[in-house]
Design a protein around this ligand. Structure first.
Ligand SMILES: O=C(O)CCC(=O)C(=O)O
Length: 199
């Protein structure tokens, strides 16, 4: 089922359980090469989510600021974005242009992500495609400027959100995780993959 909330295109239950398992296996393949790490925010505080990435670029943060980087903190280049993940980009956007980053966020039971805009990419005309796996996350959707009314919804395992048009610049974040709401990840938690055109 597809619907729109504040311009965010929500594809509810886009991936069935078999497709979720396929994406999960692909994520595990990535994590085996470039393990999750916990980035520090520029103020020195650790982020609550753990991250890794696939593609030409990953996204990192430390005291020098937020940025895309061609290497994992270990010094390794990031593995290629798995074909099964690129297929989701293709079927939802139909674009010839391919994403150059698949950021993978892992949320434990206590993790959240503050309201922010994705604005480190060179050209904001391209959408961001966000895939949710595992426990439900309360996704908050805001406006293109900070403040104003927001709307929230629980994103479930298999839901995919396309942030394009106005929503591409809109503030968004994850307020909390509903621990134990999915059995997909044996140890629980939530995975979120965001596909981004960087350059
Ligand atoms: O986890 C989510 O659903 C959103 C992730 C996000 O906002 C981001 O990676 O910038």
């Amino acid at each position: 089922m597809k619907f729109s909330v504040k311009g965010f295109e929500i594809h509810s239950e886009y991936l069935d359980v078999a497709a979720q398992r396929t994406v999960l296996a692909a994520v595990r393949g990535v994590v085996a090469q470039v393990p999750f790490f916990r980035p520090e925010m520029p103020n020195g505080k650790p982020m609550l989510v753990r991250m890794t990435a696939a593609g030409q670029y990953g996204w990192i943060s430390d005291k020098d600021g937020y940025r895309y980087a061609e290497r994992h903190p270990s010094g390794k280049t990031w593995p290629a974005i798995p074909a099964d993940v690129l297929d989701i980009w293709q079927s939802l956007t139909g674009l010839e242009r391919q994403p150059e980053c698949c950021l993978v966020n892992y949320y434990g039971a206590e993790a959240k992500m503050g309201l922010h805009q994705d604005r480190d990419e060179a050209d904001m005309q391209w959408p961001v495609v966000s895939i949710s796996l595992g426990d439900e996350g309360l996704f908050r959707m805001g406006n293109v400027t900070r403040g104003g009314k927001t709307e929230s919804m629980w994103l479930k395992s298999g839901d995919v959100v396309v942030m394009g048009g106005e929503a591409r610049r809109a503030y968004h974040g994850v307020d909390r995780i509903r621990a134990g709401s999915s059995k997909l990840l044996p140890k629980g938690g939530r995975l979120n993959l965001t596909l981004r055109v960087v350059q």
